[in-house]
Design a protein around this ligand. Structure first.
Ligand code: ADA
Length: 560
């Protein structure tokens, strides 16, 4: 189950979470020795979903590892689905390669017709990285855990089925009617033509249908059904509608919220009202779970963030779990979703494989997350060289690609070159990451710096665009308290954040402040951060509040 709610009602599905056989492969011997047919005897057991780093001897392990699980089926067309695997996954069933997938934090599935009996599933996971075209690159400011980090499920189909769907809508000017349509991809693995009626239900009422007939895999669009007097999805008001798509033999459930997001006239509008995005950046990580953060921890993180009076979370720096976004949908919290493209320099931006992987990850993210109302922004990348021609070409390509796939949301990127950036044409909102008062400069720089941003944008022909301060912050060590407001103290951190927020709200075109960051996160050891952590959290890694948490809570409370 990727979601909090029921996903279907007719499928024969089993979850393969739990104990798997596991062995690391630091010398890369597994493929040559056909471990997918002869799994080594010296395996251990490990829990899926999870990160192997929680084995006592494997905290720092990066590279290849093999997993094995056995299960039974009847005669069927089998689908094996992985919620997320770090980096590269090669999947073998009963000794044969089913396929491979690149890109952690995204779902993928493989299918095969199988006979009744016991099956052996073997997965090679590889979280190694380089400085050119891995997502993420080898040095980033977060810990690179490894493993099968989200659920694994097998579904036994005996009839054609629904692979994916998108429920889209347009709203009338007064935002009380929604015109809804569905795009549904169906799979018929059998030789005979399949005839069925695809139906779309909203709150159990049939609103559209289409008779189809096909072989193989086909995508059908239908609908334009008008729902009247809708209740909008809004901040702190997560109105969701229950949708169901059916064929004669399969069904899927979705939850949809109706809302409109726009950026124009130096402002961001949600449902035709201008908003200020009061937010934090959050890694989906926990010191005891790595990337495999359990739903209850995700739920509590959201409570802590709501209690901070936030209305926005940036999911830095990769797609978050559906369960977390389901909570955001329900609670009316805005979300920025991005791919782990962090700090790419010229050579990495010009690399062919970088382009292929970035486009594929964006495509999969949009397909898999389209129906979440909380997502109002797609993030192209973070702090890449958007002041160079290599960064320009890549950003242009990604922007046009994402716009073509989804024109209903804002497309942005986080820039750390505000003064020299040449890619602002490809961001619907100007998003600036800045750390004056920490890595360089002084806290007192901020007032002038923020005030000068609009003029600089006017000179560059970007006068209409709203601005978000997409990252700013400094470390405050939990329990380091100082009368002198020393750097690293909780007082210094509190003063820093207060200065940026207070000055940002004075500037009319600044529409949001996303603090770096919600909680401390384990960092890369090569970055030599204090305690091995990025300590800029408002709460520490175990979510214990620092002084700045209360400072920000009071400031955000008074911003409409
Ligand atoms: C960058 C980056 C973040 C984090 C931050 C920091 O802006 O996007 O991931 O590393 O710097 O703490 O320095």
């Amino acid at each position: 189950m990727e979601h909090l709610y029921k996903e279907h009602s007719l499928r024969k599905q089993k979850c393969l979470n739990g104990d798997w056989k596991f062995i690391t492969d630091p010398e890369d011997k597994g493929t040559e020795n056909q471990w997918y047919k002869n799994f080594p005897e010296d395996y251990r057991y490990i829990n899926v979903p999870g990160c192997w780093n929680y084995e006592l001897d494997l905290f720092a392990y990066r590279g290849k590892a093999w997993y094995l699980k056995e299960f039974d089926t009847d005669d069927c067309y089998l689908q094996i689905s992985f919620g997320a695997v770090t980096g590269l996954a090669k999947v073998y069933l009963d000794g044969e390669l089913l396929g491979e997938h690149y890109g952690g934090w995204l779902l993928f599935e493989f299918e095969k017709e199988v006979k009744a009996g016991k099956h052996t599933l073997v997965v090679l996971v590889d979280n190694s990285s380089n400085s050119l075209n891995t997502f993420p690159l080898n040095v980033v400011d977060w810990y690179k855990y490894g493993g099968i980090t989200r659920s694994v499920e097998v579904t036994e189909f005996s009839k054609p089925f629904i692979r994916k769907n998108r429920i889209s809508y347009s709203l009338n000017d007064t935002l009380d009617n929604a015109c809804v349509s569905a795009t549904v991809t169906l799979v018929n693995p059998y030789k005979r033509e399949y005839k069925t009626t695809v139906k779309l239900f909203a709150e159990d009422k049939l609103i559209a249908e289409k008779k189809v007939s096909f072989k193989g895999e086909e995508t059908f669009s239908f609908g334009d059904a008008v729902l009247e007097d809708i209740k909008l999805w809004d901040i702190n008001d997560g109105n969701l509608y229950n949708f169901r798509i059916t064929t004669d033999d399969d069904d899927v459930y979705e939850k949809i919220g109706f809302r409109k997001i726009e950026a124009k006239n130096q402002a961001i509008y949600l449902n035709n009202k201008s908003i200020f995005m009061k937010g934090v950046n959050r890694h989906e990580q926990h010191p005891d779970w790595g990337y495999a953060v359990p739903a209850n921890i995700n739920k509590r993180d959201l409570q802590i963030i709501k209690n901070l009076n936030c209305n926005t979370i940036r999911g830095s720096h990769y797609p978050n779990s559906h369960t977390f976004l389901d909570y955001l949908d329900r609670e009316g919290m805005l979300f920025w979703s991005e791919i782990p493209m962090w700090g790419f320099k010229e050579e990495a931006c010009a690399d062919e494989l970088t382009h292929t992987r970035a486009l594929k990850m964006h495509e999969e993210m949009i397909e898999q997350y389209y129906n979440h109302p909380c997502i109002v922004m797609w993030g192209l990348h973070n702090e890449i060289v958007t002041d160079t021609s290599e960064g320009y070409e890549l950003t242009k390509k990604l922007y046009n690609f994402v716009k073509e796939k989804d024109n209903s949301r804002l497309i942005v990127f986080a820039s750390n070159h505000f003064d020299t950036d040449i890619c602002f044409n490809f961001s619907d909102v100007i998003c600036m990451n800045r750390y004056n008062g920490w890595y360089s400069g002084k806290i007192s720089d901020w007032s002038e710096l923020l005030h000068g941003m609009r003029d600089s944008l006017i000179q560059r022909g970007q006068d209409d665009k709203p601005i978000i301060i997409s990252e700013f912050g400094c470390p405050g060590l939990y329990e380091y308290s100082s009368f002198n407001n020393n750097k690293w103290s909780m007082q210094y951190q509190s003063d820093f954040l207060s200065e940026v927020i207070t000055n940002s709200i004075k500037e009319p075109g600044i529409c949001g402040t996303l603090i770096w960051q919600f909680c401390n996160t384990a960092s890369d050891k090569d970055l030599a951060k204090a305690r091995g952590f990025n300590n800029k959290g408002l709460v520490d890694e175990y979510r214990r509040p620092k002084l700045s948490y209360y400072t920000v809570r009071d400031l955000y409370k008074n911003i409409d």
